[in-house]
Design a binder for this molecule. Sequence first.
Ligand SMILES: Cc1cc2nc3c(=O)[nH]c(=O)nc-3n(C[C@H](O)[C@H](O)[C@H](O)COP(=O)(O)O)c2cc1C
Length: 297
Amino acid sequence: MDLKSFSFLYGKVHGSTKKEIMKELALTEEEYQEMEESLSETLQQILQERDRAKTIGPDFVRLTSYLYEDISDQQKGLPHPPAIKARTGEKIVLPAPDSLTMPEITLAQAINQRKSLRKYSNKPLFLQELSFMLWATCWVKEYHSTIYNEFTRRNVPSAGSRHPMECYLLINKVESVQPGLYYYHPLEHTLIKINTTSEITQEIYQACLEQSMVIEDAVTFIFTAVPYRASWRYQQRAYRYLYVDVGHIGQNVHLAAEAIQAGACMIGAFVDEAMNHCLGIDGKEEFVIYIAAVGKK
Ligand SMILES: Cc1cc2nc3c(=O)[nH]c(=O)nc-3n(C[C@H](O)[C@H](O)[C@H](O)COP(=O)(O)O)c2cc1C
């Protein structure tokens, strides 16, 4: 769903008048009618589920207790999901992790000086530095594949080593890389070009509620979750682990940023539907879970 449709529905659900919505979204009468018609089913669904949404938090915790557990797809012998989402396209090879000069900073220093940074200098990130950030957060150090299972080991922990996250990058200022949206292939350690039009940066900025970090930083990390990679083993409880897993990645974003004289700010405030739309993902089998802006001090 694009941001316009989201805003239309938001207005409807929160009691805005037709006039207000038309003004806010600069819609003609005809456009308003068209949107009302095409979004009517979604609107009905939201209105029906509003009461359920009021208690979903405690219900989620309660109903993902082991008391409610069933037989998992893994136990049923269903095929294992792939450990990495295969993306193809034009590639940029990053400096290999074993060729990186590791920054000289103590762990205590990195932890102590970490704080959210929302203003950045104009300095770009070197490709080596981006490679280091990806090594610290997403890079696959071991890949295991059998007929029964496929899993990876990385520099962050993950429940059952399922590693259900994928990483996309909105590049603004990285040495020798054209600005735009890329997918990080964690096994190949390459960037795969998705969209290098200037509109994509603007769309992601708007989907991040116009938080200026997203356009003023050097690179924005966009982490998505592929839940079935974890729920194949952990059923609904897997959804708890998604958020815990990505928190580990987020902390390594912060610490690795400190090591390269950069800073980071995590972003949880974004329009889910619009961010998923920007990445071309469906919001169910894969959805944006966490975002991190990173730029030089
Ligand atoms: C889950 C999560 C979501 C966050 N979302 C945002 C955000 O959308 N925008 C923002 O400016 N900061 C965001 N932050 C950063 C927090 O505001 C920040 O960590 C907090 O104020 C503590 O400051 P410190 O990180 O400098 O210690 C987020 C942090 C976390 C952990």
